[in-house]
Design a protein around this ligand. Structure first.
Ligand SMILES: Nc1ncnc2c1ncn2[C@@H]1O[C@H](COP(=O)(O)OP(=O)(O)OP(=O)(O)O)[C@@H](O)[C@H]1O
Length: 550
């Protein structure tokens, strides 16, 4: 979990430097009026004012240096914290599995990892700047008290009003910053949704409607932006009224004390400069706005970091044939039962087809068998070891999955088959077995062809998806993974699968009776329940079974 405090702490390598330079800048701000006041008194008394002017110039140079170092350290701190936060967010998203981030829209997640992470990373520098900004008014108060207690009293009263204005601003701006970031995330989600379905949109001729749908949230964003500006304008106006009041109060009290010879002209001048420092507190709205955005960014990052990651066990798999068992497995989500008390014992090395009407729970069963989601109750074991107890490496070496619409990942075609390209021979063998090699070898750069630039049909994508799963050594879970292939290629792959010389267990979700016929066993699913487990030929006698295939 992260909080505002943990994000601030992350910048600890830079924050002392930022704080120190802010304090130096504050010290300069505080010392300058006194030095200038002395210069005024020396000029009036015609008493060696050069040294005071040199001191003032040196102070100004120091202030400029401090501000430069502060700006550099602030930028470095934000960059470092942003990188750290993005690293954590991406790790969490990737490790939470397909189910973990289901409640988040893709575009919204991208916004949280990109723009909002940068907002959140401002937390440290903004907090230190805000704290350091308190130093000059406190110093002013002390120094004014040294000059004359009445000046300090007038200053204190005025500054209290400025603080009240800032406090109200901080409270109002926090909520609207979060609302703004949330709306930005929703716009990004709509855009990413449209990009995913861009072909459907073009085919349906609904591009204008889509444009309106995405941009339909702009008025809401505009509203939040306007509220932010209104709050800023109101607070700015209040600060603009209250700020000069500090100045007028101190000048008036100082004037009376000057007339009564209780202070010198130089002290009156210094007091006026300190009053300006107090009045300038009102300009802190920018820093407070930054704090509010940082708080909202941290909130949105924390929501992602709350998602549980998939925990893997530590066990390796003993030698075994790939026997897969489901023991009283149920899957429930939001009160819906997707799998209901499924009990299966599938012999190692068997080809098992999963059939059933649309929505029967075939994909859910496949996902549970491959540990892409965990059962709500019950347990799945592979060669006697619960899937949840197997370590990640052993699990992913043992179990391969291919899907109807594979999302290919990597830079090249070769990467998409085997990400780390450990063994080109294995990549080639997988591509040959799944008939991907035929079309890959026709591409200009073969396996080195950029994935993004390779034109691919649905069936070609499926063949690459199959090739990727192929290297698993014990269980292959294929969820409608050959549905886009032509009958001849499907037959060939199906034969390769049936005659698999590695004798892996194969769980094949299918809508094709021919695939079910070639399997050793068929699991017939209906509304999340196992209706029968038997060879296709036996089930074929049942009218309801035949109806599944239309
Ligand atoms: N993460 C989820 N949250 C809520 N409901 C889900 C989830 N995943 C699947 N479902 C629901 O579970 C039911 C079974 O879905 P599943 O994808 O397993 O069906 P299927 O048998 O593979 O269907 P098809 O043949 O159409 O692909 C469906 O009603 C689906 O809406």
């Amino acid at each position: 979990m992260i909080t505002f405090k943990t994000v601030v702490k992350r910048g600890r390598a830079w924050l002392p430097l930022i704080g120190l330079n802010s304090l130096i800048a504050s010290g300069v701000t505080l010392a300058l009026p006194t030095i200038l006041g002395r210069s005024v008194d020396s000029i009036v008394a015609d008493d060696g004012y050069t040294k005071w002017l040199i001191a003032a110039a040196a102070l100004i140079a120091l202030g400029v240096m401090a501000n430069l170092v502060d700006a550099f350290a602030g930028a470095a701190c934000v960059a470092d914290t942003t990188a750290w936060l993005r690293h954590r967010l991406v790790k969490q998203v990737v490790h939470s599995g397909p189910e973990g981030t289901r409640d988040f829209e893709t575009g919204d997640l991208v916004t949280r990892v990109s723009a909002n992470a940068t907002d959140a990373a401002q937390a440290g520098p903004a907090a230190v700047t805000a704290i350091a900004a308190i130093a000059p008014p406190i110093g002013s108060l002390v120094l004014l008290a040294f000059i004359d207690p009445w000046l300090a009293a007038a200053f204190f009263g005025g500054v209290l009003l400025v603080i009240a204005v800032l406090w109200t601003f901080a409270r109002r701006t926090a909520d609207v910053s979060l609302a703004y970031q949330e709306t930005q995330g929703r716009i990004a989600s709509l855009l990413s949704e449209s990009l995913t379905g861009i072909r459907t949109i073009a085919a349906a001729g609904t591009t204008t409607r889509e444009e309106r749908r995405i941009l339909g949230l702009l008025p809401e964003l505009h509203k939040h932006g306007m509220v932010t500006w209104r709050i800023l304008a109101r607070s700015g106006a209040q600060a603009a009224i209250v700020g000069p009041l500090v100045l007028v109060a101190v000048l008036a009290v100082g004037g009376l004390q000057l007339v009564d010879h209780r202070i010198t002209a130089g002290e009156w001048f210094a007091a006026s400069q300190y009053a300006v420092i107090g009045a300038g507190l009102g300009s802190l709205t920018g820093v407070i706005g930054g704090l509010a955005r940082a708080k909202a960014g941290v909130h949105r990052a924390a929501e992602v970091l709350k998602v549980p990651t998939v925990a893997h066990g530590t066990l390796s798999l003993p030698t075994g044939p790939g026997r897969l068992t489901f023991d009283s497995v149920s899957v429930e989500t939001n009160g819906n039962v997707l799998l209901d008390n499924v009990n299966l014992d599938l012999p190692g090395g068997a080809t098992v087809a999963v059939v059933g009407p649309s929505g029967a729970g075939k994909s859910v069963l496949a996902a549970v068998a491959a540990r892409l989601r965990d059962p709500s109750t019950g347990q799945v074991t592979l060669d006697g070891v619960p899937l949840q107890a197997i370590n990640r490496h052993a699990l992913r070496s043992a179990v391969g999955c291919a899907f109807e619409r594979p999302q290919l990942v990597g830079r090249t075609i070769g990467d998409a088959i085997e990400p780390d390209a450990v063994s080109p021979i294995r990549t080639l063998a997988a591509a040959r077995a799944t008939h991907a090699h035929d079309f890959v070898s026709r591409l200009p750069d073969g396996y080195f062809t950029s994935l993004r630039k390779a034109p691919m049909s649905g069936g070609e994508r499926q063949r690459l998806g199959l090739a990727r799963a192929w290297s698993a050594n014990r269980l292959l879970v294929l969820d409608d993974a050959t549905s886009s292939l032509d009958t001849a290629t499907e037959m060939q792959i199906s034969r390769t699968l049936t005659e698999d010389r590695h004798r892996r267990t194969r769980l094949i979700v299918t809508h094709r009776p021919a695939t079910a016929a070639r399997a050793d066993l068929v699991i017939w699913l209906d509304r999340g329940r196992v209706r029968a487990v038997a060879p296709h030929a036996d089930l074929w006698r049942n009218d309801s079974y035949r109806e599944i295939f239309g």
